[in-house]
Design a protein. Structure first.
Lengths: 114, 114
């Protein structure tokens, strides 16, 4: 499967715990995006990487959230001291360096904070 | 403010029937408009992508239209199937210097009944 992959697919955690999600983009896609999606809403932009550089962060990305893409390939999104309001689907997408910036989405990680 | 609004919010149709979903946007500078299909618990999958100069684009039983003057788009589904049950998200790409930003609608939830 050469699509975008995300792990884990589901995560249940207790409030106050830290969680980390991983995204593996499509090979040779240098752009990587993280989104958050709550029930009945479209995805909301969180952050964007071009290669290993984090070029943009949404104001939604509070100081409890941190994303990395150390080698310009896979990326991780960490949420510290989780809150119930963090419960959502976290989507990763990647796009190639040229063209219309079509983004290919992964299956998402569903986070439930109890 | 850059916004994408979709209607209806939800729709129920009988298998075999046609339907049309609407999208209005106020995004500038406009780059392209995409329709995504998102199955429950999965990531969005691209159906069509249209640039400013394209009025219509088809992908099997899905036909998207774009009127750049009125800033409206529609997605027409012909001869619906049970597997068409999903959320359909309209996404407008905003050109920003050397990058793009996607503005997502909140989606139309379609249920196809036998």
């Amino acid at each position: 499967d050469t699509g975008v992959s995300q792990n884990p697919r589901h995560k249940i955690t207790k409030r106050g715990q830290n969680v980390t999600f991983r995204c593996d983009p499509i090979s040779e896609h240098n752009r990587l995006y993280w989104y958050r999606q709550t029930l009945g809403q479209g995805p909301e932009f969180l952050t964007y990487f071009q290669n290993e550089a984090q070029l943009e962060k949404s104001r939604l990305l509070s100081d409890r959230f941190s994303a990395e893409r150390p080698k310009g390939s896979f990326s991780t999104l960490e949420i510290q001291r989780t809150e119930q309001g963090d419960s959502a689907m976290y989507l990763c997408a990647s796009s190639p360096p040229t063209g219309t910036n079509e983004q290919f989405f992964g299956p998402g990680t569903r986070l439930t904070v109890l | 403010k850059n916004q994408v609004e979709q209607s209806p919010q939800s729709l129920i149709i009988l298998e075999g029937k046609n339907c049309t979903l609407q999208c209005n946007y106020t995004v500038s500078p406009f780059s392209n408009l995409r329709w995504y299909k998102q199955d429950t618990g999965r990531g969005p999958v691209s159906l069509t992508i249209m640039t400013f100069s394209e009025n219509t684009k088809s992908n099997g039983r899905y036909t998207a239209t774009l009127d750049a003057d009125t800033k409206q788009s529609s997605l027409h589904i012909t001869a619906s199937q049970l597997s068409d049950s999903a959320s359909y998200i309209c996404v407008v790409s905003l050109r920003m210097d050397s990058s793009y930003k996607l503005i997502f609608g909140s989606g139309t939830r379609l249920l196809v009944r036998p």
